[in-house]
Design a protein around this ligand. Structure first.
Ligand SMILES: [Zn+2]
Length: 754
């Protein structure tokens, strides 16, 4: 199992059944999570081309059958034999195998012998409809970013308020801007022509037909995108002079904001100028889109921005939703197909439309940053982390990711969940049962980093029974920060058993409850995105939990006291308890944007970080034991003489009990006799700072005292303290807001009675 984790793999079931009937018996789908670029220094980097199967393109691995003597290897997916080339067979012996055949190298990375990619393009889309001090903060952060870029990287700037201005930064000393009217609807081809990037052929200048458009040659078209080394002075002075959009103010109205057109324009320009280059669009939003396509609210202030309650009631302010969602979804497919990454920085006290725009990020592998203002550390630090350089002064970011899946013919692939986009492909191993992004064995990822984690869901092919086990190969290609093209190859095999001759417990022993909790969460979110409301998703979770317990717990029928779970199932009900109350399934006092932000992150992070999101971590520091000590997420943990640290992944809260506040105010920490008090005050602060520095997006950090307003951040997470609850039962499912004990008691009762 450890080897799997080193390879970035985590399976819900480490032992698999061999028929579809048996697959339904174990209730939770055959999913696994994969973090292709997992941090592991032992993964060898091979600077030569891989040996591939000529038929299916799979890459040789130590799990494939091979013979040194016969000088052949076999592709387990096509069952064809392939001769080793002479460069291998002349030197290879049993004792001297090439790195990619050593048993410990089930994951290797190749640096492919391709021409180095061009330097990446960064397109900065700046919202000028914000307040002046906000714009100044934003300008400063963008200048810092641009000035820190390796000088061959290319940059472009678009500003948007009521008007979208595309800035020609490479022209001369003075930047020239090309204006597009934010209130007008443009076709992307029309924009290319208006900007002088394409011209229409022949005589159909009057028709709306752009199919004959041709690209203007490089020396004749405007210089919207230039190497930063050549234009850094021009950009810095342009930004210094950039003013907020003051011209279109109307009393009692929102600012005019045409973010939709700005993004469409950026994509159009990149399609013309940087079609094959790695590229990234950074959208800095200080308010919602209010004009043109993609607007999520009208300008009149008396119309509020849609909230969940408006959708429930069918209020008129939800009328923009469908069009905006469609508009951004279409753009997100364009991004994905072009391999362009898009990051959304939502820096506003109000909503900006993440709910409508989320697929721009989800399909392109970008980052979503969610905070109140461009002046927050969450914004500034997150932006800094995205543009971090490695020890060779290369950007740490990767571009144009793609995953190809292959497996032995006893299994199929139902789909994948995460920040990826299906390239529909037909194949024998592609299942007709679709979960998430399906109908394919290849997905476009766009941006990918060492946290990007994708969930794959397997299906069983009942027609191919003669295989002993399952072999899967995942091929991830991407352009690394050093501009080389990489191929990460992970191959694994899974044990498959026949439940007609083997015991179900054998499969149960291979259950991974964390992997399962994350799978259920992600599947639940997909169900929600596909239109099921949270009540339906809750019922689906309850059904899975109860049936799983009935199958794998030990008990005497009808006797809840006899109910027992083995260690590897023990925490699963708790995970489901916290999941049911979380933002991933429900929304209580959240806006659609906030809710979208949480869901976006759990669809992207590693399994261990997703587990923290589902069931946050709570640590206690006491005078007796001033080191971090894990405690229950329970109201009873909020004692007077302790310091608590809560980590929900999105925010980190340090909380001081009432006695501790007193000690601190009386300066116990300065008295050498109370070294322990000093420690219990300092340890959690240090721990929190480390988390804040490491994570992207930067989490919110709060240090508060008992009785303060901010303590609700802890109170809303911990288990409620109400022991008696009569509403536990609702048609055989759980009602909201029971506490963990009541939940467990009722679960046992249901499990033993069925
Ligand atoms: Zn093959």
């Amino acid at each position: 199992m450890e080897e799997n984790e080193r390879n970035g793999l985590k399976f819900v079931w480490n032992i698999l059944p061999n028929s579809r009937t048996d697959m339904t018996k174990i209730i939770i789908p055959l999913g696994f999570h994969y973090t292709p670029l997992v941090k592991n220094e032992n993964i060898p980097l091979l600077e030569y081309e891989p040996l591939r199967c000529r038929n299916c393109n799979s890459v040789i691995s130590p799990l494939f059958p091979f013979s040194v003597r016969a000088k052949k290897w076999e592709c387990p997916f096509c069952n064809i034999q392939i001769n080793f080339p002479k460069t291998y067979s002349d030197f290879m012996t049993e004792e001297n195998l090439p790195a990619e055949l050593l048993p410990e190298n089930s994951t290797v990375e190749y640096k492919l012998n391709k021409k180095e990619s061009n330097f990446p393009v960064f397109f900065f889309l700046i919202d000028t409809s914000v307040e002046e001090d906000e714009l100044n903060e934003l300008k400063e952060s963008i200048q810092l970013t641009i000035n820190s870029l390796p000088e061959n990287c290319k940059v472009g700037i678009i500003t948007f308020g009521k008007i979208v201005n595309v800035i020609e930064i490479g022209n001369s000393e003075m930047a020239i801007s090309y204006a597009l009217n934010g209130e007008k609807k443009y076709d992307i081809e029309e924009i290319k022509e208006l900007l002088g990037l394409t011209v229409r052929n022949t005589n159909d200048l009057n028709s709306k037909n752009f199919t004959n458009s041709i690209l203007v040659s490089e020396n004749k078209r405007p210089k919207f995108i230039m190497p930063v080394g050549e234009v850094s002075f021009a950009i810095n002075s342009f930004l210094d002079d950039l003013q907020r959009d003051n011209w279109h103010k109307i009393p009692e109205h929102r600012e005019a904001n045409s973010v939709g057109l700005a993004i469409l324009t950026a994509i159009g320009i990149l399609e013309c100028i940087a079609r094959n280059d790695p590229s990234r669009i950074l959208v800095f939003l200080g308010g919602p889109g209010t004009v043109g396509e993609g607007k999520i609210v009208g300008r009149e202030l008396k119309e509020t921005i849609r909230n969940f309650v408006d959708f429930e009631k069918g209020n008129s302010n939800t009328k923009y939703y469908k069009n905006a969602k469609n508009f951004y979804d279409n753009l997100s497919i364009k991004l994905s197909l072009n391999g362009i990454i898009l990051d959304l920085f939502s820096c506003c006290l109000n909503q900006v439309g993440l709910y409508e725009m989320k697929n721009l990020v989800n399909n392109s592998g970008g980052y979503m940053i969610f905070t109140d203002s461009f002046s927050t550390m969450i914004f500034k630090d997150s932006l800094k982390k995205i543009f971090e350089l490695d020890e060779n002064e290369n950007l740490k970011m990767n571009f144009k990711g793609k995953i190809d899946f292959n497996c032995t013919k006893n299994f199929k692939i139902s789909g994948a969940i995460g920040h990826l986009h299906s390239i529909e492909t037909k194949d024998q191993i592609v299942s007709e049962i679709v979960i998430g992004e399906g109908k394919t064995k290849s997905w476009l990822l766009g941006g990918i980093d060492d946290s990007s984690t994708y969930t794959f869901i397997l299906d069983i092919n009942d027609e191919n029974k003669h295989y002993k086990n399952l072999i899967v190969q995942l091929l991830t290609t991407y352009i690394a920060g050093d501009l080389t093209t990489r191929l990460r190859v992970t191959t694994f095999s899974q044990k498959v058993i026949d439940l007609n001759v083997q015991n179900l417990d054998l499969i149960g022993n291979g259950f991974d409850q964390e992997a399962a909790a994350v799978l259920i969460t992600r599947m639940g979110i997909v169900k929600n995105y596909e239109g099921e409301d949270s009540r339906e998703v809750l019922k689906w979770i309850d059904k899975i939990l109860i049936r799983l317990m009935t199958k794998f717990a030990k008990f005497m029928k009808g006797n809840p006291n006899s109910f027992k779970l083995s260690d590897n199932f023990n925490y699963f009900p708790q995970f489901m308890f916290y999941l049911r109350r979380s933002s991933f399934i429900q929304y209580f006092n959240e806006s659609p944007d906030e809710n979208t932000y949480y869901k976006t992150l759990i669809m992207y992070e590693t399994v261990s970080n997703c587990t923290i999101m589902i069931q946050p971590l709570l640590f206690e520091y006491t005078p007796e034991n001033p080191q971090a000590n894990p405690v229950f997420l329970d109201l009873n943990s909020m004692k007077n003489d302790v310091v608590l640290l809560l980590d929900t992944f999105f925010y980190v809260v340090v909380w001081h009990g009432i006695d501790v506040v007193k000690w601190r105010e009386e300066n116990y920490q300065d008295n050498p006799e109370y070294e322990n008090i000093k420690m219990m005050l300092e340890e959690p602060q240090e721990y929190a700072q480390n988390i804040v520095m490491e994570r992207l997006p930067t989490p919110r950090f709060v240090s508060c005292d008992s009785g303060s307003g901010q303590e609700r951040l802890i109170k809303c997470i911990v288990n409620p303290n109400t022991d008696s609850n009569n509403n536990v039962r609702e048609n055989g499912f759980f009602s909201d807001d029971v506490n963990l004990k009541v939940f467990m008691d009722y679960l046992k009762k249901l499990a033993v009675s069925s």
